[in-house]
Write a protein that binds this ligand. Structure first.
Ligand code: SF4
Length: 190
């Protein structure tokens, strides 16, 4: 798939990539989920969240959809993206410089979808999109305001699905966070 980032060499992540990983799901999704960075499976396929963490995320989204059929939260209804479009070596956390250089692409994706709600998956994307530095525990449990370009939307922070794979006991907390997403959707859309 050709993307606006085709051939981008703005940061050194371009040196290692096989594919630019632009998104998965609906580019016009009213709910947008933002993760940290592509991993090996994403780099190989060019699609966001297709590895084990992606399957976990789909499981969560399908359960949320099963209980709330009117909310556009199924995997094919939401837009799923990352803070950077190329895989960092050894899956390290992207640097602030890399995220800043890649941000115009993320901004263009968000401006296209103009989301009602943003879900930030993990501390890296929460720091990047909320402009601060807090622990995940401090971010969770509140509704934040996310501003990027012309987009202003409420944001909920939850665990990255990869963290959930490492610590399945956090599953109940993720369910709580997605219940908050559903509540917000109902508040905003009647
Ligand atoms: S991560 Fe973003 S800014 Fe860096 S090379 Fe890839 S597309 Fe360009």
């Amino acid at each position: 798939m050709r993307t606006p980032a085709e051939g981008c060499t703005k940061c050194s992540l371009s040196n290692h990539r096989q594919n630019i990983v632009w998104h998965r799901g609906n580019p016009f999704g009213a709910i947008v989920l933002i993760g940290e960075a592509p991993g090996a499976d994403e780099d190989a396929t060019g699609k966001a969240f297709v590895g084990r963490a992606g399957k976990k995320l789909d499981e969560i989204l399908m359960k949320a959809k099963a209980y709330n059929a009117n909310v556009p939260i199924a995997p094919e209804e939401v837009l799923i993206v990352n803070t950077v479009k190329c895989r960092p070596p050894e899956n390290r956390v992207p640097t602030e410089d890399e995220m800043t250089k890649c941000r115009p692409y993320l901004q263009s994706q968000l401006e296209l979808s103009n989301p009602h709600i943003i879900v930030l998956l993990g501390k890296t994307s929460a720091d990047a999109l909320l402009g601060g530095k807090s622990s995940l525990g401090d971010y969770r449990g509140s509704v934040h305001q996310c501003e990027i370009g012309s987009v202003v939307a409420p944001a909920v922070v939850t665990y990255h699905p990869a963290a959930l794979l490492r610590n399945p006991k956090w599953g109940a907390e993720v369910v709580k966070d997605f219940k908050e997403v559903i509540r917000l959707w109902k508040d905003l859309n009647g």
